[in-house]
Design a protein around this ligand. Structure first.
Ligand code: COA
Length: 166
């Protein structure tokens, strides 16, 4: 089993202490380990919880969602203390083209490097492929630019979609 472990520092806003003096905010720093895994076992409940936290409509089709993720060419997970906080997947012909359908990080754990680490695992695995494709939601465009993706020439994403979240 291949496990990529990364340490990241989370800064937590501390409690507002009532000492009789003017109130102040104290910062607590805690080391948290984000574990990135490409051979993880995922459970239905934790996946649905993660997708619901992101308001992704695939959460309404849990059986299909879990089958889809488990049948991915590559499935990457991110966990903090065992809690599933991120998922990324790839579907591919194994030689020329790879498509990255899903990448999401729980809202409470964003901007701590989990998305970047999962994406880097995928990009490394598919290095040299003729096309690494994805459809970027507007809020994620800057993230993907930071990951080295660019607008796909003059192409326009097109789909037949059964969701209501875009
Ligand atoms: C997009 C997403 C996966 C990024 O995950 P993340 O763990 O928060 O991202 P990271 O902390 O690894 O960010 C890496 C870099 O990407 C860039 N980045 C990430 N989120 C960004 C944002 N909202 N705006 C601008 N830049 C952003 C930054 O350069 C960041 O580095 P920095 O934190 O040192 O500045 C996460 O925001 C998410 O789950 N969004 C909702 C679902 C989604 O839109 N998924 C994409 C599918 S279309």
């Amino acid at each position: 089993m291949v496990i990529y472990s990364y340490i990241c520092h989370f800064m937590y806003m501390g409690m507002l202490l009532d000492t009789g003096n003017p109130p102040h905010t104290q910062l607590y720093e805690e080391n948290m380990e984000i574990k990135i895994n490409i051979s993880d076992t995922i459970e239905n409940n934790e996946v649905v919880e993660l997708y619901k936290a992101n308001n992704w409509s695939a959460a309404n089709k849990p059986d299909k969602l879990l089958n889809a993720l488990r049948n991915s060419h590559t499935l990457v997970t991110a966990r903090v203390s065992g809690k599933l906080i991120g998922i990324a997947n790839a579907i591919s012909d194994n030689y020329l083209v790879v498509y990255y359908p899903h990448l999401l990080v729980h809202p409470e754990y964003r901007r701590n490097g989990a998305g970047k680490q999962m994406m880097n695992v995928l990009k490394e695995k598919y290095t040299g492929f003729h096309q690494q494709m994805l459809t970027a939601d507007s809020a994620a465009i800057e993230f993907y630019k930071a990951m080295g993706f660019e607008k796909a020439g003059n192409t326009v994403p097109m789909w037949v979609y059964d969701g209501n979240d875009h």
